[in-house]
Design a binder for this molecule. Structure first.
Ligand code: AMP
Length: 609
């Protein structure tokens, strides 16, 4: 085991760096030595957690003093790949107050809830001081890269659409909440603002109000109040920025009134939020008049370019825009006008993974350079499988769920190849060992010697009736094709979408739910439906459609506000807006009920006759 002194000097390699140049050179050094640092990271994790119950089962008392190469291959041989279900019994015991070291030697006092909106159910994962430290580190690193291209004024403000969920105590007295909630409540969040010399417009009371509508109103109000000082607009996921500006379209008159009078709308009824916000704003009629006249023009122009028009000093918009956020890009571009959209980094509740080292890349091309000190990463090579036969039995659907790719043996970071797709496996400082994250990435290149990843999709198939296999990415592409028709043949826009593989009746078929804004003729919607059906290129789907073992695609148009109801359903169950991702496919009965009750029109595809 390391001595305390060694621990301290080791820690210096892992975290503490001061200025922008220092942190970038720290990362460059880590990236240059990525393979060795990964092996050290594995050793460090195993040393810190030697003899915890989970590891004891697999590696017992193996001696950690051996050479790091040997340790790396021994680890991969002795510890099996695992999924969240394998850790669940341990995490439940920890939540119930078990004190024995089950996953980590360091006692776990906090649990994070992953958003679960992609998978359907929320999952607990351990959260430690290391989690906040890595968050701070990646935020500082990403800010340093951004500052090389877009310089911002020191001491300026940031309009951040961020939201904490409720934190609560588990049976054993541990604090549970989303990872972003723990982070906003941590010392590291304050340190980040000091370090990056950019300060969020909203006080803690607004971020943690627990009511996302009230928080959004106050974020907008304070953002407008400090509009001259705001240097960039941000959120964790792009969805939050889009939803905030959609609300702005409805709220702007009330916001202007509050700025003119120095008052606060009666919508805000949480006492501590009222008190804090009213303590910040004073009447400002000149500013209110300026905003009002800009908004009158913007309203006529469908709010195009609202961000630079109302926030004249903003340099860029910064958020996660990849993966399931891609469908919101059009709307985000509409609001951002000519401002650069900068894609934020890649991570999960379980671990941060990669940083965007090229902030000027458009969101469609962004890659993430893996940070080799954060976790020990392995990669399962994935090859696209071909359907063997056309089977009309939809009872096989479940069997096919994991049969999406053919897998090779996992490889360490040092052995990944450009152009290959992989599923990521994590071994974390927080007690997850060879944990399948379920994300599919492609290696696009290298930053020094650490891979740069393109996020492809969640691994899980979302649409499958029999031999067909479609991922979230496949659905996204299809919906994009349909919405292009919508855009070109009407003035309507797609607000949000989800889907369902309906196997209740034979033949099963896909249902796509669309919420749209604006008027559109039925004929055009019929065309969109047909186009989407014809755009699924998966061989299994095409063959099944041709033989009618999958029925015509159904497009359901839901009434305005349906997806807000879905958001509210998740928030009501403890999700945080900061981490919310609309589920792109659902079998959840509550959601299906909301969607079906709100369906106003149905169309069936005429593709394939
Ligand atoms: P959560 O469960 O809320 O921790 O969400 C983590 C998941 O969000 C990851 O496993 C990814 O699927 C997705 N995600 C996180 N960052 C990005 C990103 N930059 N681009 C695309 N997807 C991301």
């Amino acid at each position: 085991m390391d001595s305390a002194a060694d621990n301290k000097s080791n820690n210096n390699n892992y975290f503490y760096c001061k200025g922008n140049d220092e942190i970038i050179s720290w990362f460059d050094r880590s990236a240059e030595n990525a393979a060795a640092i990964q092996r050290q990271t594995l050793r460090r994790i195993l040393e810190l957690n030697h003899r915890v119950e989970y590891l004891n089962k697999w590696i017992g008392d193996i001696r950690l003093i051996q050479d790091e190469n040997a340790l790396e291959s021994l680890y991969a041989t002795m510890v099996p790949l695992a999924s969240h279900a394998d850790f669940e019994p341990y995490i439940h015991k920890i939540a119930d107050g078990e004190k024995a070291p089950l996953l980590t030697q360091e006692p776990i006092t906090t649990l994070s809830l992953s958003s679960g909106t992609t998978e359907g159910s929320q999952k607990f994962v351990p959260f430690t001081h290391h989690s906040s430290q890595t968050t701070l580190q990646i935020f500082k690193l990403a800010a340093a890269y951004r500052s090389r291209i877009y310089s911002i004024r020191e001491g300026g403000k940031v309009l951040e659409f961020i939201y904490s969920s409720k934190q609560y105590k588990t049976k054993g007295g541990l604090i549970a909440g989303t990872a972003t909630t723990h982070y906003y409540a941590s010392e590291e969040f304050k340190i980040k603002q000091q370090h990056t010399k950019s300060f969020t417009c909203s006080p803690e009371e607004v971020i943690s109000s627990g009511d996302y509508k009230q928080s959004t109103y106050c974020h907008l109000l304070l953002g407008l109040y400090f509009s001259e000082e705001v240097e960039f607009v941000t959120s964790t996921f792009a969805y939050s920025i889009v939803q905030a500006f959609r609300s702005f379209e409805e709220l702007w008159k009330e916001l202007c009134h509050d700025i003119r009078e120095g008052t606060l709308s009666s919508r805000i009824n949480i006492i501590k939020v009222r008190k804090t916000v009213l303590g910040i704003i004073v009447p400002h009629s000149e500013l209110a008049s300026r905003i009002e006249s800009i908004c009158e023009e913007l309203e006529r122009e469908d709010w195009f370019s609202i961000i630079p028009r109302l926030w004249p000093n903003v340099k860029y918009v910064y958020s996660i825009m990849t993966g399931s956020m891609q469908p919101y890009l059009n709307k985000l571009r509409h609001y951002a006008g000519n401002l650069p959209l900068v894609s934020a980094d890649y991570g999960s509740t379980e671990s941060w993974i990669g940083v965007n080292v090229e902030p000027s890349s458009p969101p469609e091309k962004v890659t993430f350079a893996v940070i080799p000190t954060f976790s020990y990463f392995e990669f399962i090579p994935l090859h696209r499988s071909k359907p063997q036969s056309c089977n009309n039995n939809h009872k096989d659907a479940n069997l096919l769920v994991n049969d999406d790719f053919i897998e090779d043996d996992p490889v360490p970071l040092s052995q990944v190849k450009i152009g290959q797709e992989y599923e990521i496996i994590l071994t974390t400082f927080t007690g997850l060992y060879r944990y399948r994250l379920g994300d599919v990435v492609e290696v696009i290149g290298f930053h020094k010697k650490t891979p740069k990843l393109n996020f492809i999709c969640r691994r899980k198939l979302i649409l499958t009736v029999n031999i067909d296999k479609n991922t979230e990415k496949d659905l996204q592409l299809v919906v994009e094709r349909g919405s292009q028709i919508l855009l070109s043949k009407s003035r309507a826009e797609l607000v949000d979408f989800t889907s369902h593989a309906n196997v209740a009746k034979r033949p099963g078929h896909y249902v796509i739910y669309w919420e749209i804004k604006g008027d559109v003729e039925e004929k055009v919607l019929g065309e969109c439906c047909r186009e989407m059906d014809a755009s699924f290129v998966d061989h299994g789907y095409v063959v099944s459609r041709k033989t009618n073992s999958i029925g015509p695609l159904e497009l359901c148009i839901v009434e305005r506000g349906t997806f807000k109801k879905i958001l509210e359903h998740f928030i009501g169950n403890g999700a945080a807006l900061s981490q919310f991702k609309t589920p792109r496919c659902t079998s959840n009965q509550v959601l299906l009920r909301i969607l079906n009750v709100c369906t106003m029109k149905r169309f069936y595809s005429t593709a394939y006759g």
